[in-house]
Design a protein around this ligand. Structure first.
Ligand code: PLP
Length: 388
């Protein structure tokens, strides 16, 4: 099997990094559940020495994800957080990062509670306002770390423009592309330098694995990441690597459905009398709608909407039947959550208010069920006459 250089996205997702198993011809890369490899003689081996350093299932996934994100190499880690932490190991005490404010809570915790102790410094700005990026960059800034869309306010940063600003100051751009997925958005092609994902979300897509990946394009970054993946050892195991490889094959078709379901649900919510406001980049009233249209293919699977008060949220949330009340996102099943009480409880109320996370805000991670069943679930949950 050889992919043409001009192979399209869905074909790449299914075939890149995938070879029939050399010993049996199995079309699906097996789960090589092994810690070591027998060597034919002293210093003679088949490129595999020890399971932390090399594993065929993990390496097949890494080749697949590098091609999907248009990078030169990818490295898979035990979680999205392990992947982000591995990126930080490139830096040294005294280095500074400019970070999108209202970044993923776990990222904020890692930066502030763990890595600040080791002498890294972080400044949080609204990267969707490009002028704030340039203002925050200092002589010590090494990385601009962007999340777009953000959670749960779904603000969009112009990745090409942000990269130009950063590169003019010798700063590399890291994008956490988890919320968009590589189907919706391709940061490396837009000029960014490093992409990371929690594969737990849209890439795996089936809510049955936790993992992370770093995709790189510069050789110096690749050399370091290869070294540190083995040296620090937070690798993705073979079983999880196999699950994510299973997931990426259907990612384009899942994202198409996710996008169309989310657009329909956002419009449905916007027309609903019990809903005060809806945030979705695919709605014309979203402040970054035009940018999102240019930068993204579809508008992704996350929607936030406001029911007006904590009381209304407490009434409505338990009434959902099909949508499950849960953290996380990006699976085939639709999840619903309350940021102020669930994912953003550790963010102080003043900061929540400053970001716009009100007590009536509800977030949906849209799955790929039949959209009519999803809108019916919304209608029965929001109806005044419904009783438990
Ligand atoms: C979930 C998530 C992470 C962390 O990934 P884990 O796999 O849970 O460690 C990082 N960034 C974003 C945007 C996420 O949604």
């Amino acid at each position: 099997m050889k992919l043409n250089d001009n192979a399209r996205f869905s074909t790449i997702c299914i075939h890149a990094g995938q070879e029939p198993d050399p010993s049996t011809g199995a079309i699906i890369t097996p789960i090589y559940q092994t810690s070591t490899y027998v060597q034919e003689g002293l210093g003679q081996h088949k490129g595999y020495e020890y399971g932390r350093t090399q594993n065929p299932t993990r390496m097949a996934l890494e080749a697949n994800l590098a091609a999907i994100e248009k990078g030169a190499a990818a490295f898979a880690f035990a979680s999205g957080m392990a992947a982000i932490d591995a990126i930080l190991t490139r830096l040294e005490s005294g280095d500074h990062l400019v970070v999108s404010d209202n970044t993923y809570g776990g990222t904020f915790r890692l930066f502030e509670r763990v890595r600040r102790k080791f002498g890294l410094d972080f400044t949080y700005v609204d990267t969707s306002r490009l002028e704030t990026i340039d203002q925050a960059i200092t002589g010590k800034t090494k990385y601009l770390f962007i999340e777009t869309p953000t959670n749960p306010m779904l603000r969009i940063t112009d990745l090409a423009a942000a990269s130009e600003i950063a590169h003019a100051r010798n700063v590399r751009v890291v994008v956490d592309n988890t919320f968009a997925s590589p189907y919706v958005q391709q940061p490396l092609a837009l000029g960014c330098d490093i992409v990371t994902h929690s594969t737990t979300k849209f890439l795996n897509g089936h809510s049955d694995s936790v993992g992370g990946v770093v995709v790189l394009k510069h050789q110096d970054d690749i050399d370091w990441m290869k070294f540190v993946q083995n040296a620090a050892g937070a690798i993705l195991g073979p079983m999880d690597s196999w699950l994510v490889l299973r997931g990426t094959k259907t990612m384009p078709i899942r994202m198409e459905r996710t996008n169309s379901n989310a657009q329909a649900i956002a419009e449905h919510l916007a027309a609903h009398p019990r809903v005060q406001s809806v945030i979705y980049p695919g709605l014309a009233n979203h402040p970054h709608h035009a940018l999102a249209k240019r930068q993204m293919r579809g508008f992704g699977g996350l929607i936030s909407f406001d029911v007006g008060s904590i009381e209304a949220a407490r009434t409505v949330l338990p009434r959902f039947r099909l949508m499950s009340l849960a953290e996380s996102l990006g699976g085939v099943e639709t999840l619903i959550s309350h940021p102020a009480i669930m994912t953003h409880a550790s963010v102080p109320p003043e900061r929540r208010a400053a970001i716009g996370i009100t007590d009536g805000l509800i977030r949906i991670s849209v799955g790929i069920e039949d959209v009519d069943d999803l809108t019916e679930d919304i209608d029965q949950a929001l109806s005044d006459t419904q009783r438990k």
